[in-house]
Write a protein that binds this ligand. Structure first.
Ligand code: ADP
Ligand code: AMP
Length: 219
């Protein structure tokens, strides 16, 4: 199968992580979430994590140079040669341009950028209701995606769940502001390359998956 390189873009809480995991399972393309990478770095207390911690808690973007080198190192790993789904990166035009350059230098390019479009007013509830299985990372929602048996993870049977420190109503507003001021400008960048595909993220999770899968299957 040919290598597929995808970007999922959209505001915080639009469903990037949920859909990336489904594409990963269905098409066997690895998910690279920069948010997850940074949270791991914070938990491990690495130099990048120490730098990023307070910035993430405030809902702001970490510096471009830090994230660009983190992603550059990651996509050079052997397990990314068969393709990848970028979830949460790029988030600035400088990051998008750096990614283009680093792929181009290796004769590669992004195949499609899928924008998951959800209005701001829906996002606060999505984010403040989000929780995750501490054991396997499966994502849930208090209202929209409950485990089949309360308190038990559908995927791994785990019973411990976590909520992100930055998933509170106040930080969400800063994160939305960062999205509109810094990230939205990458969309026309990919539109010009004719690789942008827009999906209506207001639909249910399964409907969004169908739309996203149709884009991937057509590549
Ligand atoms: P992102 O990775 O873009 O920040 P997530 O995939 O973590 O967003 O989704 C945020 C929350 O909204 C999660 O709790 C998830 O279960 C829920 N969610 C995701 N997609 C939908 C959808 N289409 N409708 C309703 N809730 C959704
Ligand atoms: P996420 O898990 O995608 O919601 O990201 C959580 C937080 O990590 C963001 O609010 C930022 O502080 C930081 N972050 C993740 N990806 C990036 C990126 N590409 N550029 C800058 N900051 C990022």
């Amino acid at each position: 199968m040919k290598a597929i390189r995808l970007i999922l873009v959209g505001p915080p809480g639009c469903g990037k992580g949920t859909q990336a995991k489904r594409i990963e399972d269905k098409f066997k393309i690895i998910q690279l979430s920069t948010g997850d990478m940074l949270r791991k770095a914070v938990a491990e207390g690495t130099p990048a994590g120490v730098k990023a911690k307070a910035i993430m808690e405030a809902g702001q973007l970490v510096p471009d140079d830090l994230i660009i080198s983190m992603v550059g190192d990651r996509i050079a790993q052997p397990d990314c040669q068969a393709g990848f789904i970028l979830d949460g990166f790029p988030r600035t035009l400088a990051q998008a341009q750096a990614l283009d350059r680093s792929l181009k230098a290796r004769g590669l390019r992004i195949d499609a950028v899928i924008e998951i479009r959800v209005p701001d007013e829906d996002l606060v509830e999505r984010i403040t209701g989000r929780f995750t299985c501490a054991q396997c990372g499966q994502g849930y929602h208090d209202r929209f995606q409950k485990p089949a048996r309360e308190g038990i993870c559908d995927k791994c049977g785990g019973s411990q769940f976590t909520r992100r420190a930055d998933d509170n109503a106040e930080t969400v507003r800063t994160r939305l502001k960062a999205y509109h001021e810094m990230t939205e400008s990458i969309i026309p960048h990919y539109e010009r390359q004719d690789i942008l595909r827009v999906v209506d993220g207001r639909q249910g999770i399964d409907q969004v998956s169908e739309a996203v899968s149709a884009v991937v299957a057509a590549l």
